[in-house]
Design a protein around this ligand. Structure first.
Ligand SMILES: [Zn+2]
Length: 397
């Protein structure tokens, strides 16, 4: 943050600026509000802050906020002990409690898997969840992480971790808006999602856009591309988390192959023409570098390869990198996905098609060639001694 004011005032602005959702301008506004406020008002704020910090803690069972050892829900004997709803944050507990549809208990993870923010499974309260499973007679788990990329990655990770326990595991997602935050889902939708208890893929039907009428088949291509983009982003996000390095190559071989089918569809249809001359602003793209770094770590020793600049027009060679390829493909797909999720379907499709032709299609194709070569080496290359021994055994029965 730029240093503008002196001493205590700047310290206050800096501290406020560290709070989530508070940018430099808001921090400055709050600081000057506090400076101008009555002594009593500021004193009450100081007291509340210090009381919250000293008295409020996290429930030792579920991780919800509480002033006692157990939160109100864990301490309530009427709540179903066998049913656990897994959420990201304490605020999600509040959102679900408002629906009055859930009679079980919670488990608060304290976030979601997000390589972009450097959050892996080890940073969440997953070990605590496993411990609860072995200590209490739990029969059913509802995974209610947010219906966005990080939430989906966390849900699929959890589903795999929970599989050996033989519980009923479902994903709360049906009807929730894609790309959203559970906290902002309205009570009716959230309540209905609980009644249905469905573990289906979120409904990605397009929000009705009154300004745009697009042909039904283009709409279908956009829907399909969005689903494929999400699957790809989830797969890469999970690989980059480093949670399961052994499956990284086969998962990516599949993921890249599938996303190339989505790309081929865009390459095969006619040019998509955006409805506006200028691309509407979908906000700043997320910083993809942590994802790139995570992938580079997973691919250490395998990352770099020899690439061809353009197989059709030249014989020039260049240097390629799997982590860069995958991160670049994600950047392009995410950019389109953000348009799609904000209802700008034509812009999304236009971007996906344009960037397939100009960048990500080529990167994915090069990347697939390398992944295929790695898989072939792993599966076909055998140790010479072992081959010689096998030949010897075959010749000397
Ligand atoms: Zn609790």
């Amino acid at each position: 943050m730029v240093l503008v004011y002196e001493g205590a005032v700047q310290d206050l602005i800096d501290e406020l600026g560290h709070l989530p959702g508070i940018g430099p301008k808001s921090a400055q506004r709050i600081a000057f509000h506090l400076l101008a406020a009555e002594e009593g008002e500021v004193q009450r704020l100081v007291e509340v802050l210090s009381v919250v910090k000293s008295r409020v803690r996290f429930c030792t069972v579920c991780g919800n906020v509480t002033e006692a050892e157990l939160c109100r829900i864990c301490a309530d004997p009427r709540r179903d002990q066998g049913l656990i709803c897994v959420v990201e944050e304490p605020k999600d507990v509040v959102a679900i409690e408002r629906t009055r549809e859930f009679a079980g208990r919670y488990h608060v993870l304290g976030g979601a898997i997000s390589p972009i923010d450097g959050i892996g499974p080890g940073d969440l309260r997953i070990t605590e969840l496993m411990a609860r499973l072995s200590e209490t007679a739990i029969t059913e788990i509802i995974i209610a992480t947010d219906p966005n990329l990080e939430g989906e990655a966390t849900a699929s990770y959890l589903a795999r971790q929970l599989a050996p326990f033989g519980l009923r595991v479902s994903r709360l997602a049906s009807g929730l808006p894609v790309g959203g935050d559970l906290e902002y889902a309205d009570e009716v939708t959230l309540g209905r999602a609980f009644e249905e208890g469905e573990c289906s893929v979120p409904d990605t039907s397009l929000a009705d856009d009154p300004t745009v009428t697009i042909m039904q088949d283009l709409r279908a291509v956009a829907d399909t591309t969005s689903v494929e983009a999400r699957h790809f982003l989830e797969a890469v996000t999970e690989v980059a988390s480093g949670a399961s390095p052994d499956t990284a190559i086969p998962v990516l071989l599949l993921g890249v192959s599938q996303v190339l089918v989505a790309g081929a569809r865009l390459g095969a249809i006619e040019d998509v023409v955006p409805t506006e001359r200028f691309e509407p602003d979908a906000g700043a793209d997320p910083d993809i570098d942590p994802l790139r770094d995570g992938l580079a770590m997973v691919f250490e020793g395998l990352d770099d390869y020899v690439d061809l600049v353009d197989p059709v027009t030249s014989q020039e060679l260049t240097q390629g990198s799997l982590s860069n390829d995958l991160a670049d493909i994600c950047t392009d797909l995410l950019h389109g996905q953000r348009h799609y999720e904000s209802g700008q379907v034509v812009e999304a499709l236009w971007w996906w098609q344009f960037s397939y032709l100009s960048s990500w299609g080529e990167r994915a194709a090069a990347c697939l060639r390398v992944l295929q070569a790695i898989v072939a080496h792993i599966r076909l290359d055998a140790d010479e001694d072992i081959v010689a021994e096998a030949e010897f055994d075959a010749l000397h029965p």
